[in-house]
Ligand binder design. Structure first.
Ligand code: 13P
Ligand code: SF4
Length: 309
């Protein structure tokens, strides 16, 4: 089977499919995609595209979210074993336990969580809008999971008490980026500015010129007038930045998400040829998760594409 970028593009066309890819995907997967973006953009795009089949190049929770927002469409996850380890750190039982302990606090979950958890949440946010949504809530105490570093960042920005659920949820890729590595990268590239993802530890976030989601980092680099940037996030973003003409260097060469890299052009071609990897979400769970996602977007002033007439 031919598995180059052009061959995959041809298979997508023949099957009336679109390929959505996350900013951390392999360079060649990004190059083959119809759209490359962050978690928020990909969720909205999945609900907007006019295609029979959506092929989702990313990890489990992203493909699952695309499926639950598109009950009538086929969503293919070419590599079902590509799973975000952080998403599995928050289970429905833990959500119920914290809800019982803090009955008045709204429960906000990060998009990096499974549908069953989203179905129990009041709000679902991404790294692009977490602080903005929490700032708007009518409560000074908020439960937030599963990333304790994003919870801490949201607390810093909003001044609210943001309780991490569970206490130690984290992204294993972002926590390996150290302040020392960042300083070494700065010495090597003295003119470069620093962009960081909020999943990074506090001392890395505080050393950054800009903190935001993966696509917000790309926009910020363009708005800052280009030049050189050190990026404190997964290394896949370097390709995304170079595609828009921004010179970028990793803060740490160890920040590689092996789960994201499991998706290849070959697995995409095989999934398109065989129909392998159809994502299924229990409809009752999906309906409750959709409600929490819609409530969150509406609170942020966004009319969800699935509610537009
Ligand atoms: P973004 O929504 O910022 O793209 O982040 C997704 C993710 O998995 C970060 O590790
Ligand atoms: Fe999950 Fe971290 Fe990989 Fe993002 S980079 S998918 S949070 S493990």
């Amino acid at each position: 089977m031919a598995t180059g970028v052009q061959a995959v593009r041809e298979m997508l066309r023949e099957r009336g499919a679109v390929l959505l890819a996350h900013n951390y995907q392999r360079p060649e997967v990004q190059d083959a995609a119809d759209f490359v973006g962050d978690s928020l953009e990909l969720s909205l795009k999945a609900a907007e595209v006019d295609a029979r089949v959506i092929v989702f190049a990313g990890v489990d929770f992203m493909a699952e979210q695309a499926a639950l927002l598109n009950p009538g469409r086929v969503v293919l996850h070419p590599e079902p074993s590509a799973r975000c380890p952080m998403a599995s750190m928050l289970t429905p039982d833990v959500v119920r336990w914290y809800r019982g302990r803090y009955p008045k606090a709204p429960f906000v979950v990060y998009v990096n969580s499974l549908a069953e958890v989203k179905a129990l949440a009041d709000y679902v946010v991404t790294s692009a809008n977490a602080a903005k949504l929490v700032a708007q809530l009518d409560s000074d105490v908020v439960l937030f999971g599963p990333d304790r570093h994003l919870a801490e960042y949201v607390a810093e920005v909003t001044g609210k008490e943001v309780i991490p659920v569970p206490e130690s949820g984290h992204c294993p890729v972002h926590v390996v980026i150290t302040r020392e590595e960042l300083e070494a990268a700065r010495r090597e590239h003295p003119r470069a500015r620093v962009l960081a993802h909020p999943e990074c530890v506090r001392e890395v976030r505080r050393a950054a010129d800009f903190v935001g989601s993966t696509s917000q980092m790309v926009r910020s680099a363009i708005e800052l007038g280009g030049g050189e940037f050190i990026v404190a996030t997964e290394v896949g973003l370097i390709h995304r930045l170079r595609r828009v003409g921004v010179e970028a260097y990793p803060a740490s060469g160890y920040a590689v998400c092996v789960e994201m890299k499991k998706v290849t052009l070959r697995s995409i071609a095989e999934s398109l040829a065989s129909g392998r990897g159809v994502v299924r979400v229990d409809e009752r769970v999906a309906a409750r998760a959709r409600e929490a996602i819609s409530r969150s977007l509406e609170a942020l002033g966004v009319v969800p594409p699935w509610s537009r007439s």
